[in-house]
Design a protein around this ligand. Sequence first.
Ligand SMILES: [Zn+2]
Length: 178
Amino acid sequence: MAIRQIVTIPDPVLRNKAQKVSKVGEEEKKLARDLLDTLEVAKDPEGAGIAATQIGVSKKMCVVRNFFPDPAKNGEYTHEDYVLINPKIVSTSKETEIDYEGCLSVPNVYGKVERYKKIKVDALDISGERIKIKAQDFFARTVQHEIDHLEGVLFTDRVVGGVITEQEMDALFSQEGQ
Ligand SMILES: [Zn+2]
């Protein structure tokens, strides 16, 4: 168990294309556990995913978090984390959505990004087993954002229109809630 330091811009490691993982061995499993631990403590702001490049390791591995209402807890939101090794998007919906994103590696910046509404992804899990994931809406957005990190792409490269600060983002959401 280890919490790793999250790399932020303009660190050039964030622009590296990550290397494909050829074998899921002890080192890769430890890296996956470190990513899970690091995401768990990222609370300000809360992260929905983290890529190995964000802790300075250029390997094709990320953790993505799926938030969903838990029927056992009166619909209160809970989450499940997935380790994705060598993730690859194998199909996408035609439909896209534009919504706000932020990034643990780009502090205090939010902007709207167009993403596919639904995707299917092939990957290996932490045991090295082949998995297929179907993701939609916010979870699909998270997966696309993390896979971008593995290609050295940041959400700010894709922002439509301007960017706003965390304070402006909070103000926007409190208005919507009224
Ligand atoms: Zn990010």
